[in-house]
Design a protein around this ligand. Sequence first.
Ligand code: SAH
Length: 372
Amino acid sequence: MASPALPIGLAPVRPGRARPPRHLADLDPAARRAAVTELGQPSFRADQLARHYFGRLTDDPAQMTDLPAADRAALTAALLPPLLTAQREQSCDGGTTRKTLWRAFDGALVESVLMRYPDRVTMCVSSQAGCGMACPFCATGQLGLTRNLSAAEIVHQVFAGARAMAAGLVPGGSGRVSNVVFMGMGEPLANYTSVLAAVRRITDPAPAGLGISQRSVTVSTVGLVPAINRLAAEGLSVRLAVSLHAPDDLLRDELVPVNRRWKVTEVLDAAWGYAAATGRRVSIEYAMIRDVNDQAWRADALAALLAGRLAHVNLIPLNPTPGSRWTASDPGVAAEFLARLAARGIPVTVRDTRGTQIDGACGQLAATTEQA
Ligand code: SAH
């Protein structure tokens, strides 16, 4: 049956229709050399551009004095086009937590968060504008999916954080980004190709990439089983985080709707496959929601699922989102939940909830035009 035509003029004009411009950070070193050759330039120009972008953290042609002045504009226009424009910056924790709202070429909005701790600097990045997973407790989940980000749009969020750190713009002196977590907007494994390319650019040694250790990169997922299996076969040592939030299908079907497709045991089997392939402990994310998933029996059920596995539980006090009927667990109840896991030998920690004041904490990223 033919679908009814939209009346002319009523077709939605919105982000997500065109692809972002190609950028150096979308390409592996061989593809970069091919791209500069197509521009009529010697292939070593690709490595020079990479040294500027990944090594010196600049995309400003004026600073690329080793490139012939006449060619700089053409090379940067072709391979370092502006992708994301900072629309708004907010900070808290004395300036050591900084959230940036980015506007992409098509008006799509995404957010990233830099968190400086005494021993590390973590960039929390977005992999999609919006998200299609519809988890009812998550602010991004309420937006729906606008579009996938390109690899370079993801890498650029880390680049910007690294540049701010190098320039000493974050209190505590100049430094480096040490960790990257795919825990901003979006479901990274629903944008597999771009996320994988971004992981490679982020972790390739400088100057081919940003030189952050694979072990310090975390990919967080609702549990897309085929994509977890595919990631396990990539030969990477990035950390996998699984957003479980319930040990039983009845509740998880509601909290993480994709559970209707891949059940708790299937998701966990894929996670154990990932742990076996990489030797890395899987992080099990569990947002503590008052009177919803925080009962003692659920702690026991969770412990039974994880006993003897290469797993670690991260309890996240729920950050209530506007209009949500849910709130964080009572601290006493959360402590009891943690104690029951610990008593059964399950490694468990409570996630710190930096950035709540600037809506920059877990599950709060929900860039909208109203914010801009
Ligand atoms: N789509 C990925 C990344 C999303 S955000 C995933 O689901 O894993 C990273 C983590 O924050 C996930 O574990 C997510 O479930 C959690 N989260 C989402 N909303 C939250 C909220 N309101 N409070 C606390 N954690 C939340």
